[in-house]
Ligand binder design. Structure first.
Ligand code: C2E
Ligand code: CA
Ligand code: CA
Length: 690
C-alpha cells in the first residue's frame, strides 16, 4: 500500500459514521478514532486517544475481566466477536456489535488490534420486541388451544345431546358424547352427513321436522315427544335455534335434545306418592279431594249426581291392638281389595288414614244408586277374613252424602258423609245412613258438649249421685251404685246419657272414669259397715293399659277394702271374645273387687259371655222390669237370667224397680238384689237413701 492510498484509506475510515473504527495498541491503548466512534461513544479523538479501551466497558464487565479476555482471544485466534453493552462518555449504555481483529506484521509480530463496533441498540430493541411478540403469540395460541379443548369437553359433557348442522346443507358439523349415546351412532359416522344418512328413519324425520321448522322461523323452538331411539322408547325434550356464523350468509342449526324419560318417571313416582296411600296403593286424601272436586264440576248442569261415602271399620281397632300392626296392615290391604272389587271403574276408593276409607260415586242417576253401592260395600266386608290362620270379622258402617245446592264442596260433602257415618254407627253399625240436615244440628251440639265437658272436668262440675241397692232377705241397703251427674253452670243438671257417649268418642271418658273411681272409693270409705259401692266402667276405658293400676290406686288412696268395690261393665267389653279384656277383668278380680255384668239382655247377650268370665253379678236391664207387667217375653227373659244366675252361682240384681208389684214378682222370680226408685233415687252423697 503506497503512501497516497494509505492516506486515502485513513480518510475513508475516519469519515465512516455508521461504524466505530479505531485501533488499539497490543496493550489496549486507543491509538486512533474515527467519526463513527465519536458518534457512537461521544468522545472526541483528542479525549480518547492514549486511553485504555476498557473505559468503554461497564464496571461489572471490567470486574469480570472482559476487556482483557477479548484482546486475549483476538491475540490467540486472530478475531474476537461479540455483542454487549458498553458505556458512552456521558455514562449512558448502548448495545453494540464488536469485532476485534489482531494486526500482525509480515513476521507475525503483533502490531495491535483493529476494532470495529456498530451500535445495535435499535436492532436489539426490535429483536426484543419480536421475541416478545413471538412469546405472546405462543402463549396466546396455547390459551386458545386450551380454551378450545375446554369448550370441546364442555359440549361433550353437557348432559344434553347436542347436534350442530349447517343450516343450508344440513350437514352435521358437531355431535357431542350424549348425542352419540342417545342416537346410538359414533361421531365419526355422523359428522359430514345428514340426519337421514346416519339415524333410523322415524327418528331422523322427527329431528328433521324440528330443524326445518327452526330454519323457517327464527327464534328458540321447544318440542317434547316420545320417540323410538336405539335406547328404546324415550321421551325427548328438544330445543332448536339457528345461529349465524362469521362467514357471510353462513348459519347453523343448534339442536339440543334431553332424554327426560327417567325424570318424568321419577316425577310420576313422586306425584303418585303424594297422591296415594303407601299401604294400600289407594288414592289418599289429597287425590280424593281433587277427584271429588272434578266430579262435582262435571255434575254441574247435568241431571247426574255425585255421592260421597265415608266408611268406618267396626272392629278394626280391636284386631289391630290384639294381633299387632303388621297384621292390621295385612287386614287393611285385604279390606281395600274387597272394597275396590265391588266398585265401578270410575268410582274412587281412597284411604284417608287409619281404618278410615272414603268413596266417590260420580254420575249417579239417583240416590238409590248410592244406597246399592253402600250395601254392596257392607256385604263384601261381611264374610270373615282369613289371615295367617286367623278368621277375622270386621263390619263396615257407611255414611252417605249426596251433592246438592247446599252441599257442593268437597269439604262440605266429607263433613256431611262423616256425620251420616256417625249416625250409622250409633244406629247399630254394619249399616249405611244418608246425611240429613238435622244431623248437622246434632253434630253442632256434640261439639259444644265436648268443649263444655273439657271445661267441666277442669272446673269440677262432675259429681256422683248414689242409688241404694237392696237385699231381698230383709230389704236392707247393702250398697249404692255411683252414677255421675254434670252440674252445668248454664244448663243445670245434665244426665250421663247426654254426655257419656261424647266422652267415649273424644277420650275424655278416661279422665271422667278415673274421677268417678276416685270419688266413689273416697266416699264409700266413709260409710259404715260393709256397705259396697258400684262404679260403672266404660268399654273404652279397657283400651287404657293402666286400668288395673288405676283401680288399684283408687283403692290404695282411699283405703277402701277391695271387697267393697264393685265394677259394672257391659257385654261390649267381651265382644268377639276379646282376650285382652278378659285378661284385664281377671287382673281386676284378682285385686279382690267384684265384677258385675250390667244391662244384661239388651245387647247380644250371648251365653258365651257368661262362660268367658266368672262374673259375680248380673244386672237385669230396667227395660225388662218395666215391660214385665204386660210382656210375657220380658218375663221369660228375666226367668232365664235368674235361672242362669242360680246355676252359675251369680247374684242377680233387678234394676228400675218402681212399684211394689214389680218388686214382688222379681223376688218370686229369684232376683237376689233390687235397685230402683221404689227404694231410692240417685242422690248426692249427703242425701243418699239410708
Ligand atoms: P246404668 O248403669 O244402667 O244405670 C242405671 C240407670 O237407671 C241410671 O241412670 C239410674 O238413674 C236409672 N234408674 C235407676 N232406678 C230407676 C228407676 O226406678 N226407673 C228408671 N226409669 N230409671 C232408674 P243414669 O244415672 O241416667 O245413668 C245412665 C247410664 O249412664 C248408666 O246406666 C250408666 O251406663 C251410665 N253412667 C252413669 N254414671 C257413669 C259413670 O260414672 N261412668 C260410666 N262409664 N257410665 C256411667
Ligand atoms: Ca250400672
Ligand atoms: Ca244398668
Amino acid at each position: 500500500m503506497n503512501e497516497n492510498s494509505d492516506v486515502m484509506y485513513r480518510l475513508l475510515v475516519q469519515g465512516v459514521v455508521d461504524y466505530a473504527i479505531y485501533m488499539l495498541s497490543p496493550q489496549g491503548i486507543v491509538s486512533n478514532w474515527n467519526a463513527g466512534a465519536q458518534r457512537a461513544k461521544g468522545y472526541r479523538a483528542d479525549e480518547i486517544v492514549g486511553q485504555h479501551f476498557s473505559c468503554f466497558y461497564t464496571p461489572e464487565d471490567r470486574a469480570r475481566g472482559l476487556p482483557a479476555q477479548s484482546l486475549e482471544t483476538a491475540r490467540q485466534v486472530g478475531r474476537f466477536e461479540c455483542e454487549g453493552q458498553r458505556v458512552r462518555k456521558d455514562g449512558t449504555l448502548f448495545w453494540t456489535h464488536v469485532v476485534i481483529e489482531s494486526i500482525r506484521d509480515d513476521r507475525g509480530h503483533l502490531l495491535g488490534f483493529a476494532k470495529v463496533t456498530r451500535d445495535i441498540s435499535e436492532k436489539r430493541a426490535h429483536d426484543l420486541s419480536l421475541l416478545e411478540a413471538k412469546r405472546l403469540a405462543e402463549s396466546h395460541s396455547a390459551e386458545m388451544a386450551s380454551l378450545s379443548m375446554f369448550l370441546d369437553s364442555v359440549i361433550a359433557n353437557i348432559p344434553s345431546s347436542v347436534i350442530v348442522q349447517d343450516a343450508v346443507s344440513r350437514q352435521i358439523l358437531l355431535v357431542n358424547l350424549q348425542a352419540e349415546r342417545l342416537f346410538g351412532n359414533a361421531r365419526e359416522h355422523m359428522i359430514g352427513r345428514q340426519l337421514e344418512q346416519c339415524l333410523a328413519p322415524a327418528l331422523s324425520s322427527y329431528l328433521r321436522r324440528l330443524t326445518d321448522q327452526c330454519v323457517r322461523t327464527e327464534g328458540l323452538h321447544h318440542a317434547e315427544s316420545q320417540q323410538h331411539t336405539p335406547r328404546g322408547l324415550r321421551t325427548l325434550r328438544s330445543k332448536t335455534v339457528t345461529i349465524s356464523g362469521k362467514a357471510l350468509g353462513s348459519s347453523y342449526v343448534l339442536l339440543i335434545v334431553e332424554d327426560i324419560t327417567d325424570e318424568n318417571a321419577a316425577q310420576a313416582r313422586i306425584r303418585h306418592m303424594a297422591h296415594h296411600d303407601s299401604l294400600t296403593g289407594l288414592p289418599n286424601r289429597a287425590l280424593f279431594r281433587q277427584r271429588l272436586e272434578e266430579a262435582l264440576r262435571e255434575d254441574a248442569g247435568r241431571d247426574r249426581m255425585t255421592a260421597t261415602l265415608c266408611l268406618d271399620l267396626d272392629n278394626f281397632k280391636n284386631v289391630n291392638d290384639a294381633l299387632g300392626h303388621e297384621f292390621g296392615d295385612r287386614l287393611l290391604r285385604a279390606i281395600a281389595r274387597r272394597l275396590r272389587d265391588v266398585l265401578r271403574a270410575n268410582d274412587t276408593l281412597a284411604r284417608l288414614g287409619g281404618d278410615e276409607f272414603a268413596v266417590i260415586l260420580p254420575e249417579l242417576k239417583n240416590g238409590e244408586d248410592a244406597q246399592f253401592s253402600a250395601q254392596r260395600l257392607i256385604d263384601t266386608i261381611e264374610p270373615a277374613f282369613l289371615i295367617e290362620g286367623h278368621s277375622l270379622c270386621v263390619g263396615l258402617s257407611v255414611g252417605i252424602a249426596l251433592a246438592s245446592k247446599d252441599q257442593n264442596t268437597p269439604e262440605e260433602l266429607l263433613r256431611c258423609a262423616d256425620m251420616a257415618l256417625y249416625e250409622a254407627k250409633r244406629n247399630g253399625r254394619h249399616r249405611y245412613e244418608f246425611f240429613h240436615p238435622r244431623m248437622d244440628a246434632v253434630a253442632q251440639k256434640r261439639r259444644t258438649v265436648e268443649n263444655d265437658l273439657r271445661q267441666a272436668i277442669v272446673d269440677k262440675q262432675l259429681h256422683l249421685h248414689y242409688q241404694p241397692i237392696i237385699d231381698k232377705c230383709d230389704t236392707r241397703i247393702i250398697g249404692y251404685e255411683a252414677l255421675i251427674r254434670w252440674q252445668h253452670p248454664q244448663h243445670g243438671m245434665i244426665m250421663p246419657l247426654d254426655f257419656i257417649a261424647i266422652a267415649e268418642e273424644t277420650g275424655l271418658i278416661h279422665e271422667l272414669g278415673a274421677l268417678a273411681l276416685r270419688e266413689a272409693c273416697h266416699e264409700a270409705q266413709r260409710w259404715p259397715g260393709e256397705l259396697t259401692v258400684a262404679v260403672n266402667l266404660s268399654p273404652v276405658q279397657f283400651r287404657n293399659n293402666g286400668l288395673v293400676e288405676l283401680v288399684q290406686a283408687a283403692l290404695a288412696d282411699s283405703g277402701l277394702d277391695a271387697a267393697r268395690l264393685e265394677l259394672e261393665i257391659t257385654e261390649s267389653v267381651l265382644l268377639d271374645n276379646n282376650q285382652a279384656n278378659i285378661g284385664i277383668l281377671q287382673r281386676l278380680k284378682a285385686l279382690g273387687v267384684r265384677i258385675a255384668l250390667d244391662d244384661f239382655g239388651t245387647g247380644y247377650s250371648s251365653l258365651s259371655y257368661l262362660r268367658a268370665f266368672a262374673f259375680d253379678k248380673i244386672k237385669i236391664d230396667k227395660s225388662f222390669v218395666h215391660d214385665m207387667s204386660d210382656s210375657n217375653e220380658a218375663i221369660a227373659i228375666i226367668r232365664a237370667i235368674t235361672g242362669m244366675g242360680r246355676s252359675l252361682q251369680m247374684q242377680v240384681t233387678a234394676e228400675g224397680v218402681e212399684s211394689d208389684e214389680q218388686f214382688m214378682r222379681l223376688k218370686a222370680e229369684g232376683c237376689s238384689h233390687f235397685q230402683g226408685y221404689l227404694f231410692g233415687r240417685p242422690q248426692p252423697a249427703e242425701h243418699r237413701a239410708r
